[in-house]
Design a protein around this ligand. Structure first.
Ligand SMILES: [Zn+2]
Length: 290
């Protein structure tokens, strides 16, 4: 259940070593269900999609407002924006948005949240978000009240404020204040961050190794992400400025989530500084944001 902390010490205690083997094993056990195209089911699904879009359309003014507030969506061509609008409609139908602690989410807020959430799956499909139902939204950063055990076996009460959190088969949890104000540093997007964790966890624990497509090379993926991670950890220790949020050095899972944020929010900068990582994300998300 990786969470997006507002401030984190890094580098963390994790390593990319072994991720390839573990992920390979996990892939065999728990690959997302294959998207088999059985004509009858395709027809049924297409009919449901058309019915949902017809019954609960996102109105033009709400959609234009979402585009204005969502830079990755604004950069898309007209055809992809139309696809994103359908996906956002289906997302709102399939998922339960649950504001808490007195927070009110209006229609524009819900459409904005769904639009951000569907950016990573624009070319993958809503099936990639199967297996969970709720998005819980706090007014601001939240502190999960649960114990955790450290490496020495000592149990602590978590006291870090989180901007977001994603559970393996449970909800996505967001701080609405952090959705609206992602911070001074460009490239932050807590919704995309948590959705990247959801994709990562499709084949087991979050480890920076989501289920890759058939034609992708697992070793090339691991090499690209682990070498970038190692280099940035070294630069961080030397006090050098980093091209990504240092929170990405907390673990391979956080690295994948942070570079995914930047891939969609600041693609030019990611491609300039981490071209091999950018290339692998292009292949995984099947998008070319820059
Ligand atoms: Zn995270």
């Amino acid at each position: 259940m990786p969470g997006r902390q507002l401030a984190g010490d890094c580098p963390g205690p994790y390593s990319f070593q072994g991720v390839l083997e573990n992920a390979h094993f996990a892939l065999m056990l728990c690959r997302p269900r294959p998207f088999q195209h059985v004509p009858m089911f395709d027809k049924l699904r297409n009919w449901r999609v058309r019915r949902t879009v017809a019954r609960h359309p996102i109105g033009e003014s709400l959609w234009q407002d979402a585009l204005r507030r969502c830079a990755p969506a604004r950069r898309l061509g007209a055809s992809d924006q139309a696809t994103l609008r359908v996906l956002a409609t289906l997302f709102l139908e399939a998922k339960s948005l649950e504001p808490t602690q007195g927070l009110q989410l209006g229609d524009a807020d819900r459409v904005l949240l769904a639009t951000h959430a569907c950016i990573p799956i624009l070319k993958l499909g809503l099936d990639w978000y199967d297996g969970w139902h709720s998005v819980i939204v706090y007014p601001s950063a939240f502190i999960p009240r649960r114990p955790h055990m450290d490496a020495t076996g000592v149990v602590h009460q978590t006291d870090s404020a989180l901007a977001g959190e994603a559970w393996g088969r449970g909800p996505v949890i967001l701080s609405w204040a952090d959705v609206l104000n992602p911070g001074k540093r460009p490239g932050h997007n807590v919704i995309i961050h948590e959705m990247a964790h959801k994709l990562d966890m499709l084949n087991g624990d979050a480890n920076g190794f989501p289920p890759l497509h058939r034609r992708m090379n697992r070793r090339v993926w691991t090499q690209a992400l682990s070498s970038a991670w190692d280099r940035l950890r070294g630069e961080y220790r030397e006090g050098l400025p980093l091209p990504i949020d240092p929170y990405g050095l907390e673990s391979p899972a956080e690295f994948f989530a942070v570079v995914s944020e930047q891939f969609f929010e600041e693609p030019a900068a990611l491609r300039e500084h981490l071209p091999e990582v950018y290339r692998q994300l292009e292949l995984f998300y099947r998008q070319h944001p820059y």
